[in-house]
Design a binder for this molecule. Structure first.
Ligand SMILES: Nc1ncnc2c1ncn2[C@@H]1O[C@H](COP(=O)(O)OP(=O)(O)OP(=O)(O)O)[C@@H](O)[C@H]1O
Length: 241
């Protein structure tokens, strides 16, 4: 079966810095929901920035839908939801923000309106369409930022710490949304309980290398592996051991 995303021997170093990604290999099939865990500085965000072409690999390669990712080249098949929605929302209204990326793809008129309407409905924020983005709550901004990506109809969505700064009910809405979402997902988070609820596979990254790849309950429940990598077994798994 062909992969939607293939990362082969990916290495990356920031200028004048030691290697951040040291030979990452990853193969993701369409429809998978893959969590990425690892301690601070493990290279999770850097990996995402390479996958979406913001950073160029030092060596190795990335293929999305069998076509190589090239630095700086816009690929609408991939969407990146930033950790901080304020980095993503800058228009005078929510509607404009959700329309922005789609318009840049050259979509206009009825199709543009339909895509924005659908993305707002899918993320449960249709009622916010006329609001000023920077006046929204953290949870509202998070869902609007996701809507702005979904409107571009990506096949693979990268979520970088999507539950950071969300209260319990906003986090719950996010989990329910992710559980029903149709796209292939790569989701980096320190919220291991969220990963257990959403993901069917987890990758453990540390010092720029994939140290484990498999069933979330097996990997996140492995006390030795977790401790060695400055992580903790999530409470829901610790209680059943
Ligand atoms: N723009 C940059 N220039 C130089 N070094 C950077 C840059 N961005 C990140 N780094 C370094 O690269 C390493 C990996 O950072 P990265 O943000 O990818 O880790 P992370 O796993 O996402 O961490 P966290 O869980 O804390 O968000 C860190 O040592 C970090 O200091």
């Amino acid at each position: 079966m062909s992969a939607i995303l293939e990362v082969v021997d990916l290495c990356f170093a920031y200028p004048q810095r030691p290697t951040t990604l040291a030979g990452v290999n990853l193969r993701i099939q369409a429809g998978e929901r893959v969590g990425v865990v690892g301690p601070n500085g493990a290279g999770k965000t850097t990996l995402f920035l390479c996958i979406c072409g913001v950073l160029g690999a030092t060596s190795g390669g990335i293929r999305l839908l069998e076509k190589p990712i090239q630095k700086g080249q816009f690929r609408p098949e991939i969407g990146f939801v930033f950790q901080n929605p304020d980095d993503q929302l800058f228009c005078p209204s929510v509607w404009d923000d959700v329309a922005f990326g789609v318009e840049n793809m050259g979509v206009r008129g009825e199709e543009l309106a339909q895509r924005v309407t659908r993305a707002l409905a899918t993320t449960g924020v249709s009622h916010l369409a006329d609001r000023v983005p920077h006046q929204l709550s953290g949870g509202e901004k998070c869902m609007v930022a996701i809507a702005s990506i979904l409107a571009m109809q990506p096949q693979l969505v990268l979520y970088d710490e999507p539950s950071a700064n969300l209260d319990l009910s906003a986090r719950r809405r996010l989990i329910e949304f992710l559980q029903c979402s149709q796209e292939t997902i790569l989701l980096s988070s320190h919220d291991l309980e969220l990963l257990l609820e959403v993901c069917d596979r987890v990758i453990l990254l540390n010092q720029g290398q994939v140290l484990a790849d498999g069933d979330p309950r097996v990997i996140l429940g492995d006390r030795t592996l977790m401790t060695q990598n400055s992580l903790e077994v999530p409470a829901s798994l610790a209680s059943i051991q």
